[in-house]
Design a protein around this ligand. Structure first.
Ligand code: ATP
Ligand code: MG
Length: 363
């Protein structure tokens, strides 16, 4: 009859393709029990949006078959790891990962990418928030078609929930403030800080921050206020956009914020007649940046009318046409981003263990 050791030894041979560690050492096997010939356990993945979830599950099933387990009760769950070292007195202790969407240049599609990624991650079952840090020109409410205002309960602002994503934006407060877009630097920083401290975010797996263009106050405040897991750089294939994206990467490097990767937006146009891809702004730019800076290339998003229309109408493509070429592209990028965050989170966990071990050496 199969015993616990046999099961664990067999499962230990399965490697997580991104984390390069076996699934037993990563603590992914929980609640193992063997009763008569029935083997039961839970496979706890590092994110519901992991690009390799089904592959890992299949490998686990194959592994059990290879040691003669025919009666397998396998439960598959996911628990997002913390990609930042969280101490009790830190801001947002219940938020596991914070990541910003940035680009040096305006209009390259940061907000479009942030909104669609937030929705795609929420669809996998993750708990997701979206903070619109564009105080001068907030476009998140429009892109999500939000008309409600955030209620205030016990002096805390409650985010508006849109398709499962908790959202906060200066756009919700314009009517009250009557002074859209004329804030000075310190006011911008103050508002972003308030969005962090005075908003009831609750427990989140991922908090996305949609940054305004450039290298101004918003990214600096964010970097100085929050322990963030990383930044996703959005670029378009034009040289001007790529040059500014490079400057942006330089800034985040100086601030010691990890770059999650580069996403190339408006990469190619799909001919509605013949289906051929035309690279109107040139090909391979995002890939070049990622090679040069040794950061992962996380994919291409096509230039597509569905994306523009969806944003203008407040009906993002990820919600209304998830199986279209554009919808699938966002789904793919969201999984790669979640995968990158798991890798960073695993490194944070290792560091933590190493630090604790060195702080209390064995006697
Ligand atoms: N892949 C795409 N295909 C078609 N239209 C797109 C695509 N990406 C973005 N757009 C459109 O381009 C415009 C600019 O996009 P968006 O507002 O997301 O850019 P941004 O980088 O956030 O701009 P800003 O710097 O002003 O914050 C919007 O009208 C949006 O609908
Ligand atoms: Mg924007």
């Amino acid at each position: 009859m199969t015993n616990v050791d046999q099961v664990m030894t067999s499962l230990k041979k399965i490697m997580d393709p991104e984390l390069h560690k076996d699934i037993v050492s990563m603590g992914m096997i929980k609640d193992l029990s063997i009763k008569d010939k029935k083997v039961s356990f839970t496979l706890e993945l590092t994110t519901p949006a992991c690009p390799f979830n089904s592959e890992i599950e299949q490998e686990v099933r194959n592994s059990m078959q290879s040691i003669g387990v025919n009666d397998l009760d396998l439960r598959v769950t996911a628990k997002v790891m913390e990609g930042r070292a969280i101490s009790m007195d830190e801001l947002l202790p219940k938020v596991k990962n914070i990541f910003a969407v940035a680009s040096g240049k305006g209009g390259v599609g940061k907000t479009t990418v942030a909104v669609n990624l937030a929705l795609a991650l929420a669809k996998t079952g993750a708990s997701v928030g979206l903070l619109d840090a564009d105080i001068y020109g907030p476009s998140v409410p429009l892109m999500l078609g939000i008309k409600d205002s955030p209620p205030i309960v016990n002096n805390k602002i409650q985010p508006v929930i849109s398709s499962g994503v908790k959202v906060i934006s200066m756009g919700f407060f314009y009517e009250q403030s009557q002074q859209a877009g004329i804030y000075r630097g310190p006011i911008v920083s103050g508002i972003i800080k308030q969005f962090i401290t005075d908003v009831e975010w609750g427990e989140l797996d991922y908090l996305l921050i949609d940054l305004p263009p450039g290298t101004g106050d918003a990214p600096l405040t964010m970097a100085q206020t929050l322990p963030i897991t990383g930044v996703l750089i959005v670029t378009t294939p034009q040289d001007v956009a790529m040059n500014v994206a490079i400057k942006s990467i330089g800034m985040f490097n100086k601030l010691n914020i990890p770059i999650l990767g580069v996403v190339e937006n408006m990469s190619f146009l799909v001919c509605p007649h013949c289906g051929e891809n035309t690279y109107i702004f040139g090909e391979g730019g995002g890939q070049k940046i990622s090679d040069k800076f040794n950061v992962p290339f996380l994919g291409e998003i096509p230039l597509h009318p569905l994306i523009r229309e969806g944003s203008d109408l407040g009906r993002p493509v990820t919600l209304v046409e998830p199986d279209s070429l554009a919808g699938l592209a966002f789904g793919k990028v969201s999984k790669l981003v979640a995968g990158r965050i798991s890798v960073i989170a695993a490194a944070v966990k290792d560091n933590d263990i190493a630090e604790k071990a060195s702080a209390s050496p064995m006697e």
